[in-house]
Ligand binder design. Structure first.
Ligand SMILES: Nc1ncnc2c1ncn2[C@@H]1O[C@H](COP(=O)(O)OP(=O)(O)O)[C@@H](O)[C@H]1O
Ligand SMILES: [Mg+2]
Length: 437
C-alpha cells in the first residue's frame, strides 16, 4: 500500500480528501517548469505527475504551449490551466498602457475628471514606432527630463536604456528601424518609451521596486486575490542621475543585479514585503504607509478592470501575475509592468519558502480537492481583494504588520504578518463543520 502524506494543516475524516482526490481518483498534473512550482506539485499529497501527452486535471503550462494548443483543445469540466488565452493584453508593456488609457478616457467621459485621476499611476508612455511623432511633441514640452526605452515584449531588463537627448534615440532608431521595404529585416520590434521616475524612494541610498503577486480566478465576474508576501528588489549600486547609462543603478531586476561586479550572493538584493512595510511604517508613519498600500490595491483593480471585457474569460483558466511597483520619494506607487510568468526560481532559502508558500496556497485557493466552502475571504497567504466588488476587511482578520503594532482595518494586507499554516488549519476545520451541517 502506498504511503500517503497529509495535506498540511488539514485532516478530513474522509481519507480521499486528505489525499487530494477528484471523485474516485487522484489529481493528475503537468508542469512545464523545473523550479519551485514542480517541487510543490510533486510534494502535494495525492497529486501525481502525468508523463507525455497523458490526461491531466491541472496544467502549469508555459505561454508558448498555450498559444499553440488553446484553440484546438477541448477542456473538461474539472480541468484547470495557467494563463488566459490573451493574457498579453495586460502583460505586454504597450498593450497594458493602451488598455489603461482607454479605461481612463471612458471613466473621464462617464464619471468626470476627478474620478479619472485615480488612473494617475502609470508614467506617461508611448508606443514606438507607431506613436513616435506624439512622443516627440511631448519630449519637446519637457526638455531635460529622463526617458526610458523598453522592448514591449521582453523581460529581465533586456534591451532597456535611458536617455535625455532626442539625438540618442534618433541614433538608436537608425540602427533599429530600417524602412520596412528593406526586405532583409523583419518588422521593427515594438518598444515603449516611458517617462523615467527620477525621484524613487531610496533605502540606504539604493533604488528598489516591489514585486506583488495577484491571482485572478475569473474575469467575469472579476475575482482577485492578493498575496500578503512578496519582496522588494534593490539595486546594488547607490542611486544617482549622473550615470544614466549604468543599468546596475537604474534597473532593479534580479537578473540584472546578480551580474553586478560587487553583487554578494549571500546577501542578495531582496527584502521581504513584511520587512519593507515595517521599515516604512517606522520611518513615515502608519497612516501614510496604509495610504500607499491602498493605492497599490487601486492599481491592481484598475489595471484588471482595464482588460476585463477584453480577456477571453474561460472558467478553466487562472492567472498569477507578478506586478512591478515602484515607490517614489513621496510614497506614491507607480505601476511599471505586469508579468504573466513571474520568476518562480528561488534565489535563496527565504525566497524558496516564500515561493513554496505562494504556490501551495494558490493550489489551496483553486481547491481542486474541494475541501473549502468557496466563501473564504482569506486562504493561507492569499486575501480576497475583489469579488465583483471590493471586499470589506473583517475586523477579526489578522492584519498585524510585522512589527506587531495594531492597525485598524487596512484595505491591503500586503506585507502583513503571514501566519498561513495556522490560518489554513482554522479554515479547513471551519469548512469541515460547515459541510457536515
Ligand atoms: N518608468 C520607470 N521609471 C523608473 N524606473 C523604471 C521605469 N521603468 C522601468 N524601470 C526600472 O527598470 C526595471 C525593468 O523594467 P520593466 O518595465 O519591469 O521591464 P522588464 O520586463 O525588463 O523587467 C524595473 O524593475 C525598474 O527598476
Ligand atoms: Mg520587470
Amino acid at each position: 500500500m502506498s504511503k500517503v502524506a497529509r495535506i498540511p494543516g488539514y485532516q478530513s475524516k474522509n481519507p480521499k480528501q486528505n489525499r487530494g482526490i477528484i471523485g474516485d481518483r487522484e489529481i493528475r498534473f503537468k508542469c512545464s517548469l523545473q523550479n519551485v512550482i514542480l517541487d510543490v506539485l510533486r510534494g502535494r499529497p495525492g497529486w501525481t505527475e502525468v508523463p507525455g501527452d497523458g490526461d491531466w486535471d491541472f496544467y502549469w503550462c508555459d505561454r508558448e504551449w498555450l498559444h499553440q494548443n488553446y484553440d484546438t483543445m477541448f477542456l473538461h469540466e474539472h480541468q484547470k490551466i495557467l494563463h488566459f488565452r490573451n493574457h498579453y493584453e495586460l502583460t505586454r508593456k504597450n498593450l497594458m498602457v493602451k488598455n489603461l488609457k482607454r479605461l481612463r478616457k471612458q471613466t473621464e467621459r462617464e464619471q468626470g475628471k476627478t474620478e479619472a485621476q485615480s488612473f494617475d499611476f502609470y508614467p506617461t508612455t508611448y508606443e514606438l514606432p507607431s506613436e513616435y511623432h506624439i512622443f516627440v511633441e511631448e519630449f519637446k514640452k519637457n526638455l531635460g527630463i529622463i526617458w526610458i526605452m523598453k522592448p514591449a515584449a521582453k523581460s529581465q531588463g533586456k534591451g532597456i536604456f535611458l536617455f535625455r537627448r532626442l539625438k540618442d534615440i534618433t541614433d538608436w532608431k537608425k540602427g533599429e528601424y530600417q524602412p520596412l521595404s528593406d526586405q532583409t529585416r523583419d518588422v521593427p520590434e515594438t518598444y515603449v518609451v516611458q517617462r523615467y521616475i527620477e525621484n524613487p524612494l531610496l533605502i540606504g541610498g539604493r533604488k528598489f521596486d516591489v514585486r506583488v503577486y495577484v491571482l485572478v480566478c475569473s474575469y467575469n465576474p472579476l475575482k482577485v486575490w492578493l498575496y500578503r508576501g512578496g519582496f522588494a528588489r534593490f539595486s546594488n549600486t547607490r542611486f544617482s542621475l549622473d550615470s544614466i547609462e549604468d543599468t546596475y543603478v537604474h534597473l532593479t531586476n534580479v537578473a540584472v543585479q546578480k551580474n553586478a561586479p560587487d553583487y554578494d550572493p549571500e546577501k542578495g538584493c531582496k527584502w521581504s514585503t513584511q520587512q519593507l512595510r515595517k521599515y516604512l511604517a517606522a520611518k513615515h508613519g502608519v497612516d501614510k504607509v496604509q495610504k500607499m498600500f491602498k493605492a497599490i490595491d487601486n492599481i491592481i483593480i484598475k489595471s484588471l478592470q482595464s482588460v476585463q471585457k477584453i480577456i477571453i474569460n474561460d472558467k478553466h483558466c487562472f492567472e498569477m501575475y507578478g506586478y512591478d511597483v515602484l515607490l517614489d520619494d513621496d510614497l506614491k506607487p507607480w505601476l511599471i509592468e505586469i508579468n504573466a510568468s513571474p520568476s518562480l526560481t528561488a534565489s535563496g532559502k527565504e525566497d524558496y519558502d516564500l515561493k513554496f508558500g505562494l504556490i501551495s496556497d494558490l493550489l489551496n485557493v483553486l481547491d481542486l480537492e474541494n475541501r473549502l466552502t468557496g466563501k473564504e475571504k482569506r486562504i493561507g497567504g492569499w486575501d480576497l481583494l475583489w469579488d465583483d466588488g471590493p471586499i470589506v476587511a473583517d475586523d477579526n482578520m489578522d492584519c498585524t504588520p510585522a512589527n506587531g503594532a495594531a492597525v485598524s482595518t487596512p484595505n491591503s494586507y500586503l506585507g502583513c504578518f503571514n501566519d498561513r499554516k495556522k490560518q489554513l488549519r482554522e479554515i479547513y476545520l471551519t469548512a469541515q463543520s460547515v459541510k457536515k451541517s
